[in-house]
Design a binder for this molecule. Sequence first.
Ligand SMILES: [Zn+2]
Ligand SMILES: [Zn+2]
Length: 446
Amino acid sequence: MKIRFLSLALSLAAAPLFAQQTPQSIADAELPSLLTIYKDLHTHPELSTHEERSAAIVAKELKAAGCEVTERVGKYDKPSLTCFGVIGVMKNGDGPVVAVRTDLDALPVHEETGLPYASTVTTKNDAGQDVSVMHACGHDIHMSTFIGTARALGKLKDKWHGTVIFIGQPAEETVGGARALLKDGLYTRWPKPNYVLGLHDDAEFPAGQLTVTEGYVYANVDSVDVTVKGMGGHGAYPHKTKDPIVLSAEIINGWQTIASRETNPHDDVVVTVGSIHGGTKHNIIPDEVKMQLTVRTYKKEVRDVVLAAIERIAKGCATAAGLPPDKMPEVKVRQDEFTPATYNNPELTKRVTAALKAAIGADNVVPKDPTMGGEDFSEYSLPDHSIPAMMFSVGAVDPAKVAESKKPGALPLPSLHSSKFAPVPEPTIRTGIIGMTSAVLDLMKR
Ligand SMILES: [Zn+2]
Ligand SMILES: [Zn+2]
C-alpha cells in the first residue's frame, strides 16, 4: 500500500516534468555531458578514412540513446581500407523515414588555437609523411550535435512517429565517405529515407544563429589534370622548340574566358589552376608542363559546357602554337574525385526553415549565400535529387568577434580549415541540437 502510494506520488510528480520536455530543455540538460564528449573528440581528431575512435564513440552514444547500431559500414573503392561508417536506427512505429548525417573526420592541420583542449595529435598520412591533425572544420561540433539530437529524439518519442536513420559518415574531407556508405547498401539494407538532413558549422556567423540556403548551396567539384606537351630544347634557341610554358600561359588565360564569355553570367563558374609544374633549369625549354585544376559549377549542363571548353581551348591553343596532332594536350577529368553539387530541396528548405524559426526565433535564422565549396552530403539525395535533402549551418563564432570583424580595417575571422578556427562549443552545440531536433520533429510529427 505504502509502495503503491509512493509510486503514484512519483508518477504524478514525474508526469508534468516529462510533458514539459522540449528540444530546448533536453539540450540544456545534456549540454554538460556533450561538452565533455566534444572536448574529447576535439583533442583526439582522426584523418579521413582513419576515424576508428570517433566512430566507436558515436556508435556507443547512439546505442545509449536507443538506436540499433551497425558499425564499419561502407565500401571504399580501395578494398584495403576499412570504412568506419556508423548507422543507427531509431524506430518509433509507422511513419516517415528521416536520415540525419554527421561527418567524423578531421584535417592534416597543426592546431594553433591555444585552447586548453587543443589537439597535439600527429600521425602519418597515407603518403607516409608526418602530419598534425586537427578538427579544423568542426566535425567534432557536428558529432556532438548529432549525439545530442539522438538523445533528444529518444526522449521525445511521444512527439514523433516513424524511423530516424542516424548516419555517421567517414571521409568527408577527402570525399568518398557518402559514396562508400551508399555502395554498401545504405538505402537497401536500411529503410530509404523520405528526407535527409545535415548540418555544418559556420566560421562567419555568430553562435546562437542558424543559416539556411535554398536551392544550390555547394558546388559540383571536378579535379582536372592537364599535361601540355611541347618540344623542348635550349632556352637560347626558342625558334627550334615548341615552348609548353608559353603555351600553358596562353591556355590558362584562355580558360578565364569560359566564365566571362561562354557561360551565362547568371551561372556560377570557377576555373582555378591550383598547380603548375614544368621545367628544371633557367636555360632549358622543357618537353611538357603539368597542371591541376579545380572546376566549380552548380548545374549539370553548365558543368558539361565548362569541362568541354577546358579541353577545346587547350587543344585549340596547341594547334595555334603549331603542335602536331600527336602533341595535343592531355585533359583528364578525374571522375573518381567528382563531388556533385549540394541542392537544398526548396520545398523541404521552406518547411525546415519555418520549424527552425519557431524553435530559436525568426531573427536567429538567417539566409546565407551559396558557396562554391564542395560537400559530399550531396550524394544522399542521389544524382536525380529524388530524395529531398537539406543542409543548414550553425553559427560557431563568439558574437563579439563577429561584430569586431565587421569594423573597418579589421582582420578577417579564421575560416574553416584554419589552424586558428576555434568554435565556441556551448551555444553552438546547443543551437545545433535544438535546430536539428526541431527539424526532424516537424518532418515526423504525430
Ligand atoms: Zn572541411
Ligand atoms: Zn566540414
